[in-house]
Structures are given as C-alpha cells and as structure tokens.
Design a binder for this molecule. Structure first.
Ligand SMILES: Cc1cc2nc3c(=O)[nH]c(=O)nc-3n(C[C@H](O)[C@H](O)[C@H](O)COP(=O)(O)O)c2cc1C
Length: 390
C-alpha cells in the first residue's frame, strides 16, 4: 500500500493553513430546520468529521430565492448565522477548518420551497428537461417536473450578486474559514456558464467571457465583502447533470479558470463526474492557486494524483459521509465503512451521525480501504448505475 505521508503535508488554502490534503466534499444532507437554521445534529455531524484538512459544507442557500430543497440550510438570517457559528466553533475546537458552500439552485427550484408568490429564476427562460434528474431507487426524494424559470433582468442579477456578498459577510462573521461558490452540477452559476441554458444577448450571454461574467461578479463581490482568500469556487466542467450542455466546455472553463487565477481565489474545486476529457490536466496550468480534485477518488488514487501534481488536495464525498474518521483511516491504511444511499437525504441521526469510527465498527461490515463508490449521474456516462448527486 502506498505511503500516506503525502496526504498529510500542510497546505495554504486562502487565509488559512490546513493540516492535511484530505477534504470532505460538499454533500447536501437535508438535516437543517425547515427554516434553514442548522440543527444540533448538524453540529455533531461536522464535529465528527473535523479530522479532514478542510470540510466543505453541504450546499447553503445564500438567499430565500436560492432554495431548492426542504431541510437544506441557509445563511441569510441571524438565526442561520448563529447556527453556522456554532458549527464553525465545534469544527475549530476539534482542530479542523470549514468553508461554507453557497448554492443557489436557480431554475432547479420550485414555487413550493420559494417565498410565497415567486418562481424559480435563471439566466434565461429555458426549462430543464423534466427527466434530467436521476435518483437511485432508494432515494426518498421524488422526481421533480421543473417549470420554466423566469429570466433575471440585469437589475435582478445585481440583486443576486449582492445577496451572495451579504451571505459571504455573514459566513465570515459566523467564523467560517471561507465560502465556496457552487458553480457546478447545473445550479444557477452553471446555468449562466452553459450554452444551452444561457440564451442571453446582453453582456451575460454569448461569448465564454460573457457567460463567465456572472460567476466573476459574484466572486468579486464576495471578495470585496470579505477578502480575496476567503472565496473559493467549485466547477464541474462540461458535466451535463441537470440538463446543462456546453458547446465548448474546454473554452468556457479555460476562460473561467484563468480569470479565477487572476483573482487569487482560495482554491478551485474541480469535479470529474465522468466527462470525456481530463478536466484536471486541462485546467491545472491555467490556475495558479490550490486545486482540489473531487469525484471517484480512493485513497491510492488521491496519493497518486497529489504525487503527480495533478491536484493539491482531494475531496471525498460518499466515503466521508460513511466514515467520520476517514482521514485517520487513510493515514493508517485501515478498512472503511460502506455508505448507505437510502439515508443520504432522510431526517434524523440514522445514516448521519451514527456511522461508527474504525474502533467501534464490526469487522465484518468493513470494506477494503480502496473501495470505490458509484458516482456521477450524467445520462451519457452513467445510465443504469445512477447515484443522487447535488
Ligand atoms: C448525498 C450527496 C449530496 C451531495 N451534495 C452536494 C452538494 O450539496 N454540493 C456539491 O457541490 N456536491 C454535492 N455532492 C457531490 C459530492 O460533493 C461529490 O462530488 C460526489 O459525491 C463525488 O465524490 P465521491 O466519489 O467521493 O463520492 C453530493 C453527493 C452526495 C453523495
């Protein structure tokens, strides 16, 4: 087995130094209160996983208009902010670090979870294919037939950008170590980036530079409200999840990566969900800061990718859901628990805070340390073995 010491080199990430190269990937778990305030259970869940060099939180809505899921958290009220403050305190007390992922779902929302009388918004009034969202049989969330979103006016874009900035300020005041803009997985920023969902003819549509403008304005506004190193971005270049398609993803994400590099963001998280090109190899030379790889990594793949300088850090999703002590297990080359997808989005402690540590686990329940879990859900690459992924 490969030596894990390379995973335990410290790394400067934005304004902080992290103690290892193992990140907890952002994972929506829907355990917040209905109003978006974090629960006691969430504090415990993140505290348990503080052995990660960096926790990237589940998607957090930056504004009421960005909500997409019941029981997903927000960070736009005092009550939300107090809850995140307690999570940040618990993670820091356990020696960890945490960025909050800011997720505005745009056209993937529903009037049922939005403020009364409002409809989902997007870059353009383009309805996502109702079948674009795939679920495992076990997943408790129903398939959703999306409506046609309302196109944001230029003035409303300014309002949304301002909401992200206010939210970043709240994140800083709550004691989080940074924020990550969720510009992946077909959510609002990616609806602006992608050619099939962005049909605008103003300065936010058309060329790659124009389609990247929304993301860059959000990043700049959040940096101005906090500091350059407080802000990170996640992308999934060319991934078609949630019915976003790009005529030329290499061009779009090359433009974006260069622009983010100039803005000296904390890190760029790059997801490879089975896209047919090597997203890390293409973006790496264009982005000067730390790059975090995500999706489909195992312990040995992470060691190899960092050793080859393909990425600086690796984020683990399903493995972290199931293993609160994942970093320690990877350090010592110990077997891991199996994630249970039937409890990914349910309520309560089951499948959330009750996964055992290695010491407490039953030997016959453990899997080899390098076990891989199915990931990704684009129709083209994963049909038939789909996992829910936000
Ligand atoms: C239950 C679940 C919820 C997720 N929620 C989010 C999310 O809120 N934001 C995000 O960027 N990715 C989300 N993802 C994707 C993960 O961050 C990660 O990219 C994915 O699980 C692939 O990594 P893995 O192979 O290590 O599991 C989610 C994945 C799962 C399994």
């Amino acid at each position: 087995m490969a030596d894990s010491s390379i995973l335990f080199q410290p790394l400067k990430v934005g304004n902080i130094s992290v103690r290892n190269r193992i990140a907890m990937a952002p994972c929506t778990r829907q355990r917040a209160h209905l109003d978006g305030t974090p629960t006691e259970l969430m504090i415990e869940y993140y505290r348990q996983r503080a052995g990660a060099g960096l926790i990237i939180s589940e998607g957090i809505s930056p504004a009421a208009g960005g909500n997409g899921y019941l029981f997903a958290p927000g960070l736009y009220t005092d009550s939300h902010q107090k809850g995140w403050h307690r999570i940040a305190e618990a993670v820091h007390a356990a020696g960890g670090a945490i960025f909050g992922q800011l997720m505005h779902v745009g056209r993937l929302s529903d009037p049922l979870v939005l403020p009364h009388g409002t409809n989902p918004v997007s870059a353009s009034a383009v309805r996502p294919d109702p079948l674009a969202r795939h679920y495992t049989v076990n997943c408790p969330r129903p398939k959703r037939v999306y409506g046609t979103p309302r196109e944001l006016s230029i003035e409303e874009i300014g309002t949304v950008v301002g909401e992200f900035a206010d939210c970043a300020r709240r994140a800083r005041d709550a004691g989080l170590d940074g924020v990550e803009l969720h510009a992946a997985s077909g959510y609002l920023p990616m609806q602006f980036l992608s050619t099939n969902s962005n049909r605008r003819t103003d300065r936010y549509g058309g060329s790659a530079e124009n389609r990247a403008r929304f993301v860059l304005e959000v990043v700049e506004a959040m940096q101005a409200a906090t500091s350059p190193g407080f802000v990170a971005v996640k992308v999934s270049p060319g991934w078609t999840f949630h019915d976003v398609f790009d005529d030329d993803p290499v061009e779009t994400y090359s433009v974006l990566a260069r622009a983010l590099s100039e803005r000296q963001i904390a890190y760029l998280e790059v997801g490879n969900y089975g896209q047919p090109w090597d997203v890390h190899a293409v973006l790496r030379p264009l982005f000067a800061g730390p790059m975090i790889g995500v999706a489909g990594f195992t312990r040995s793949k992470a060691i190899a990718a960092i050793a080859a300088h393909r990425v600086d850090m690796v984020a683990f999703g399903q493995a972290y859901i199931a293993n609160p002590d994942l970093a320690e297990r990877y350090r010592d080359d110990l077997p891991i628990n199996q994630p249970d997808s039937s409890t990914f989005y349910t309520q309560g402690a089951e499948g959330y805070t009750d996964y055992p540590t290695y010491e407490a686990a039953e030997a016959d329940q453990l899997l080899p340390v390098d076990s891989a879990f199915a990931t990704g859900s684009s129709r083209s690459s994963q049909a038939g073995k789909l996992q829910p992924v936000n």
